[in-house]
Structure formats: C-alpha cells, structure tokens
Design a protein around this ligand. Structure first.
Ligand SMILES: Nc1nc2c(ncn2[C@@H]2O[C@H](COP(=O)(O)OP(=O)(O)O)[C@@H](O)[C@H]2O)c(=O)[nH]1
Ligand SMILES: [Mg+2]
Length: 231
C-alpha cells in the first residue's frame, strides 16, 4: 500500500472528542516507550509525524492521523508504570478503555510488545482484556534490530505460551523495527486487506447514514460490526 498523504488530525482527551466515525481506524497500543509513535512514523513514511521520545512519555491524549484521506492511524496513550503503581491493573487509562470498547470504526488494534523482553505481566493482562472484550487485534513485537533472532523468537514463544489459554486460534504475530523498516510492508498489508474487506462489505450492504447531528455521543454510537478477520 502506498501512503500518498499523512496528516495529523487532532489530539483527543476522551472518546467524545474523537472525530466522527466515518473513517476506518487502526490503533497502536502498548507500554510507554515500546515504540508506538516510531511505528506510526514508519508506516506513514513520515519520520516526524508523531513525537518520539527517548524517555517514557506522560501523554494521556488519543492522537489521530489521517492517511490517504481515507483511513486513520491512532496513537493511543501508553499503559504501564502509573497503572502498575496503583495496583489497579485492569483499569487502563479511561479514555483508552472507552475508545477500545466503543469506537465503532476501530478496525484493528496493533498491540505492541518489546521483542527484547520476557513476557511482562501487564502486557499479558492487557491481552487478556482485549480477548475478553472481543477487540480485534494483532501482536507486534518491536525493536527487533536491537536483539538477536534467537532472543526475539524465544520471547515470542514465551509470550504466546502464556496467552494461549484464552484463544482457540492465536492472534497473528508480526515483528518490526522502526530503525530498519522490518515489518512495514507486512503491517501495511494487514491494513490493506482490512480496508479491502470493509469496501467489499460496504458494496454488499450499504449502510444508511444516521441523521446529521446524531453522530457523536455514547447513546447513539453504533456497535462495532463483527468482521471476518483475514489475518
Ligand atoms: N533501536 C530501536 N529503537 C526504537 C525502535 N522503536 C522505537 N525506538 C526508540 O524507543 C524510544 C521510544 O519510542 P517511541 O516511539 O516514542 O515509543 P512510545 O512511547 O511507545 O510511543 C525512542 O527512543 C525510540 O527512538 C526500534 O524499532 N528500534
Ligand atoms: Mg508515543
């Protein structure tokens, strides 16, 4: 897939300030510093689009970027230290929770894991939460340039072993490096397939538009359709 335009749309403090749900969205989530913003820049082909920070950030905003004027990449706030300290691990940032549970045009979540680390409890718990809430997602192991193939494969195997009890079929797994570009084509391919499936679905069953002025707010928000998952 070719990205001909990539623009920052807006930063949203909560679900209700997100833009209307007309464009399909693909969201990045993971612990602070795992490489969400770097991967967004890699996929968009714009190294400066999302802010990359060497130290774990404190942003609580949902950052939206529009690609090719037709779909969005969404940089979600990182989960991690603050949540662990509170011993309240099931409660991720409230805006993130609401976004993941209720955003009707959310097509797929890229759940990012550091490929150099053994499975972290908070990541395992987050994956369990995604499974329980039926959020469509794939796993992406980041920063592969920093570690040997053997280390990465061992960490992925240990991770899948720990989550396997929650799945009949394991989620798809990808690796990436924002430094070498590893994984870019594969992940854009996943987005491309998803977009093609949505377009095919729209051709089969055109959705009647909701009346103007009723497109925001929890009460009138549509339920996310169950989609066949090609990945
Ligand atoms: N070597 C290497 N460093 C990376 C990679 N992805 C991110 N980083 C670095 O990890 C740090 C955090 O990255 P960032 O994208 O801001 O993570 P975020 O907090 O999840 O958005 C920055 O110093 C990045 O340069 C990668 O693939 N390889
Ligand atoms: Mg970031």
């Amino acid at each position: 897939m070719n990205i001909s335009s990539a623009i920052f749309d807006r930063s949203c403090p909560d679900l209700d300030s997100c833009p209307d749900e007309s464009l399909p969205e693909f969201a990045f989530i993971g612990r602070s510093n795992v490489g969400k913003s770097s991967l967004l820049n890699l996929l968009s082909g714009r190294p400066e689009l999302a802010k990359v920070s060497p130290t774990p950030g404190h942003t609580k905003l949902i950052n939206m970027f529009t690609m090719n004027k037709t779909w969005r990449l969404v940089d979600l706030p990182g989960y991690g230290f603050a949540q662990l300290a509170r011993q309240d691990k099931s409660q991720f940032n409230r805006a993130v929770n609401e976004y993941l549970e209720h955003r009707a045009n959310l097509c797929l979540v890229f759940a990012l894991m550091d490929s150099g680390l053994a499975p972290q409890d908070i990541d395992i718990e987050f994956v369990e939460w995604l499974a329980l809430n039926k959020v469509p997602f794939v796993l992406v192991f980041t920063k592969t340039d920093k570690f040997s193939v053997t280390e990465v494969q061992a960490n992925i195997a240990a991770f899948t072993e720990r989550i396997s009890k929650w799945f009949v079929q394991l989620p798809a797994i990808f690796t990436c490096s924002a430094k070498t570009g590893d994984g870019r084509q594969e992940l854009l391919g996943v987005i491309g397939e998803s977009m093609a499936a949505i377009e095919a679905e729209a051709r089969r069953a055109p959705v009647s538009r909701e009346p103007e002025g009723k497109s925001s707010g929890q009460a009138v928000r549509k339920r996310r359709p169950d989609r066949a998952r090609p990945w």
